[in-house]
Design a protein around this ligand. Structure first.
Ligand code: ADP
Ligand code: MG
Length: 455
């Protein structure tokens, strides 16, 4: 009997796969089962989470019933139930030529000046699990029918949980699929505000319109920063309407739900609430483990199962932190040649997590870096192209991101009014150096000591 059910389910899935997109198929139906066929024509489908159950019931019920009926016309009804979840699904897509993944050198990771998108953020490297499956599925729907289905798409969640990665991956995927037929632009809220200020100051608001309304997909990151900045809100409202009315897609991220954005103008809030709102929550253990495995694979490193499991167990707060710890652990093993014991790994984790919660400010970081290089904080923060400033400035930028999770535009602003792309570049460059060079890692450790000692 079981094999009959299995066969029927395999045929159903084969048909279903033709009718829905592959990522959706994998997200919702991987590890699904046909559990039972009752005599009254009812079948029971098992899905791996409550969430998947609801989603499939709402979105795919009719399709499933049609397919099942076409295969066995005694089937009249479907019941859905939750089976033990098998762990997160890692979506692996074929590599594309434009996908600059880990095989390429760091230098090739360039932000595309047209779209502002960073090629590192792709769906290839995005692990889908219970904490982000709704946001992921909504993203796929947006890519399929741009501007018409979920508009705006509003993604929210705490820091380091993958909002920027996801919304940039949407942009990159749209670029891949639609090539230059679809003009896509990613912008941080700070950049948007800066533009508003700049164009007002220069009496060029018409140019602002040209810049932001002549777009097919507008992606705005960290919208919470716009709240309370009246002129920017107003401009955003008009931009939003202009795009929306023309069926252009708008994608927004925020650290909280629209209803919880305190200073947002009501009319803007209700616009946001008119689309699809999806949250990203904390990854569970299985998902953290999947992310670790994924990152290791990306950088072609290997850690024992015990070490992976220990890191996944202990680092729970967010994915950026998880990456930070992982980098350090890999560094100890691959570069320093340390034999990783449970004790050593726990120490690395404790040190990293402790750093995050201590009393550090951007001022302290600037002071410590300046002290280390024997220069004044002013020298470090002024707008200068002097050669001897480059490395300390990059390190200060790196530390502001690493320890304080500051946004890139904010970091750029603090260090010589530099563009956010400079800050991103600095962060990535230093992250790479640390994992490659022992001497460099030591330098960072010494600077961190200075920061924490400064009380
Ligand atoms: P947020 O914008 O929510 O603060 P980010 O998108 O910057 O978070 O993510 C923080 C880090 O974690 C990034 O390096 C990102 O690539 C990684 N990350 C986040 N979510 C995932 C995921 N689901 N799979 C793989 N990596 C992820
Ligand atoms: Mg972000």
């Amino acid at each position: 009997m079981a094999t009959g059910l299995e066969k029927l389910w395999q045929s159903t899935l084969a048909e279903l796969e033709l009718q829905i997109s592959r990522p959706n198929f994998i997200t919702w139906f991987k590890n699904s089962q046909l559990l039972e066929k009752k005599t009254d024509g009812q079948v029971v489908i098992g899905l791996f989470s409550n969430f998947a159950k609801e989603w499939v019931e709402n979105k795919y019920h009719k399709l499933l019933l049609d397919i099942l009926f076409s295969l066995d016309n005694s089937i009249k009804k479907i019941e859905y139930t939750v089976i033990n979840r098998p762990g997160p699904v890692l979506i692996k897509q074929p590599k594309r030529i434009t996908d600059l993944s880990a095989d390429n050198g760091f230098e090739e990771f360039k932000i595309d000046p047209e779209s502002n998108l960073h090629p590192r953020y792709t769906f290839n490297s995005f692990v889908v699990g219970s904490s982000n499956e709704l946001a992921y599925a909504a993203s796929q729907a947006v890519i399929k029918v741009i501007g018409r289905k979920y508009n705006p798409l509003f993604v929210y969640g705490g820091t380091g949980l993958g909002k920027t990665h996801l919304i940039q991956a949407i942009g990159n995927e749209i670029k891949n699929v639609y090539k230059n037929k679809c003009k896509t632009k990613y912008v941080s809220s700070e950049k948007f505000v800066n533009d508003v200020v700049f164009f007002i100051r220069n009496k060029r608001m018409e140019d602002m319109k040209i810049k932001y309304r002549n777009i097919d997909v507008l992606i705005i990151d960290d919208i919470q920063f716009i709240g309370g900045k009246e002129r920017s809100e107003e401009e955003l409202f008009h931009t939003f309407n202009a795009l929306y009315e023309n069926n252009k897609q708008i994608i927004i991220s925020s650290d909280r739900a629209p209803s919880a954005l305190p200073v947002l103008e009501e009319r803007l809030r209700s616009r946001f609430e008119g689309g699809m709102i999806a949250d990203i929550t904390y990854p569970d253990y299985e998902m953290r483990l999947a992310i670790i495995k994924n990152k290791l694979q990306e950088r072609r490193s290997y850690l024992s199962d015990e070490v992976c499991s220990l890191v996944a167990t202990k680092v729970q707060r967010n994915i950026r932190e998880l990456e930070g710890v992982l980098n350090k652990v890999v560094f100890y093993q691959d570069v320093k040649g340390v034999d990783l014991t449970t004790k050593i790994v726990e120490e690395i984790i404790d040190n990293t997590l402790q750093e995050k919660s201590s009393n550090v400010s951007s001022g302290k970081i600037i002071k410590a870096v300046a002290d280390f290089y024997e220069m004044s904080p002013k020298e470090l923060t002024e707008r200068s192209r002097k050669k001897n400033i480059v490395e300390p400035r990059q390190i200060a930028m790196f530390l502001m991101r690493d320890i304080l999770d500051m946004s890139y535009p904010n970091i750029g602003e603090k260090l010589g009014k530099r563009d956010h792309t400079t800050a991103i570049y600095a962060y990535e460059k230093i992250s790479q150096e640390i994992t490659k060079k022992q001497s460099f890692n030591q330098k960072i450790t010494n600077i961190k000591d200075l920061i924490y000692k400064s009380g």
